[in-house]
Ligand binder design. Structure first.
Ligand code: ATP
Ligand code: MG
Length: 391
């Protein structure tokens, strides 16, 4: 393996001014977390505004790249060749063979970009650029120099050792998880809510989840599916805490006591209330749902208005303006879609109205709820009996 390190370029955290070191630290922690299960000995270091992953001995290159492409905050991952500084002739030879190996025949333009971090290096930057450029031209007829818009930037960092890189692998962008507070996600077994998690985690939010489970109306398979989704989510958030809240009694109580066409709205309101209670206890600042405007009967403007009215916390709906296909595309990319489409009902048909009300009026909903004198009791019970699963 010719690569011995990765230079990691970060996304937006570069613009965070005084807080930058906090963001860098958080990014390093997330990178270490992601690399922990990968074969090899990795050290993540911060040096002069750059982040490196150094390796010792053999390591799983593909595994390391795969892990890093899931860490939010990373814009680019550059695999680096590290050379001992044994004089310019050796350097030139190594550079030429590196370039030849990467670009044996394709017609490309390039530019050598030397950086002299070691101020004692006996040649100046310009000299190094010209000399190395010349050597490459001598042996690679398929390559031409273009100093303005080259296809390849051949970076040569002259330090105690010499760092050579020109490839760049795209990272996911965003901000390191944990740098923008904590939020509670309502995670169902559907397609949307896992994608909503990914979108908020990408913005640096530490996300935990709550799943409302109503056995025997929702099966153990449905619960397992949510746990599997949570595992997949943990692949890009580092870890994930899932609350499984028993909702059967509450759901049956609503089934008996509210008009059937309004059941979904009442149920969703109960879910929001329970989620907010857990969020408050756990230090979260907002709720997240996978709602998308107009997608189902309860996601009309009036539906969202009636559901939202029970919340004091802000409710983030990152999918609000997205089409189903756009959501599916992300779900496929992040590996949640295949799990989401496993055929287990996330809600039993007795709870689903044939003709749900699509324009509920808040005052009517509230009037019905005022008569639900046991609702609070059921909510408390559900929250108290939540099972916590750490992934
Ligand atoms: P999803 O694909 O995320 O299930 P959906 O299109 O099926 O969404 P709904 O079933 O109306 O839409 O759910 C809207 C949102 O309510 C979900 O995205 C999720 O955030 C939350 N939600 C629904 N059911 C549950 C549940 N059993 N447990 C936790 N959250 C839920
Ligand atoms: Mg659903």
């Amino acid at each position: 393996m010719m690569y011995k390190a990765f230079l990691v370029k970060y996304a937006e955290i570069g613009i965070k001014g005084k807080n930058r070191h906090l963001f860098e630290k958080a990014l390093c922690v997330q990178m270490e977390h992601a690399l922990a299960p990968v074969d090899g000995n990795f050290q993540v270091t911060r040096e002069m505004g750059r982040i490196y992953v150094n390796t010792e001995g053999d390591f799983d290159y593909e595994g390391a790249v795969d892990a890093l492409t899931r860490v939010f905050g990373i814009a680019e991952i550059c695999p680096v060749v590290i050379l001992e500084d044994t004089g310019f002739e050796d350097l030139a030879e190594a550079v030429v063979s590196y370039v030849k190996e990467l670009y044996p025949t394709e017609e490309k333009t390039f530019k050598v970009c030397a950086r002299r971090a070691n101020k004692n290096y006996p040649m100046h930057t310009m000299e190094v650029n010209c000399e190395l450029g010349g050597r490459i031209l001598d042996v690679c007829p398929n390559l031409k120099v273009d100093v303005h818009e080259p296809d390849i930037y051949l970076n040569v960092e002259l330090r105690q050792k010499i760092y050579l890189y020109c490839e760049s692998i795209a990272g996911p962008g965003g901000m390191p998880v944990g740098t923008n507070g904590q939020a509670m996600l309502l995670l169902s077994g559907g397609i949307d809510s896992p994608v909503a998690t990914w979108m908020m985690a990408k913005r640096g939010v530490e996300v935990e989840g709550v799943y409302f489970h109503s056995p025997p109306y929702t099966s153990e398979w449905a619960k397992q599916k949510v746990i599997d989704l949570a595992k997949r989510i943990a692949d890009f958030t580092g870890e994930f805490k899932l609350y499984v809240v028993p909702f059967t009694d509450l759901q049956l109580y609503l089934l008996e006591n509210v008009p059937h066409d309004k059941l979904t709205i009442h149920l969703k309101r109960a879910m929001m209330r329970a989620a907010e209670k857990i969020a408050e206890k756990d230090g979260a600042w907002s709720l997240i749902t996978g709602e998308s405007v107009g997608q189902v009967a309860s996601q009309t403007m009036q539906g969202i208005y009636a559901i939202n009215a029970v919340c004091n916390m802000p409710v983030l709906r990152p999918l609000a303006g997205m089409d189903k296909q756009e959501i599916i595309n992300i779900g496929t990319k992040i590996g949640t879609y295949d799990i989401s489409i496993r055929p287990y009902e996330d809600c039993c048909t007795i709870f689903v109205a044939k003709h749900p009300q699509i324009k509920p009026r808040l005052n009517v909903i509230e009037r019905i709820e005022r008569k639900l004198t046991d609702l609070d009791k059921y909510l408390e019970e559900a929250v108290e009996n939540a099972e916590i699963i750490e992934l």
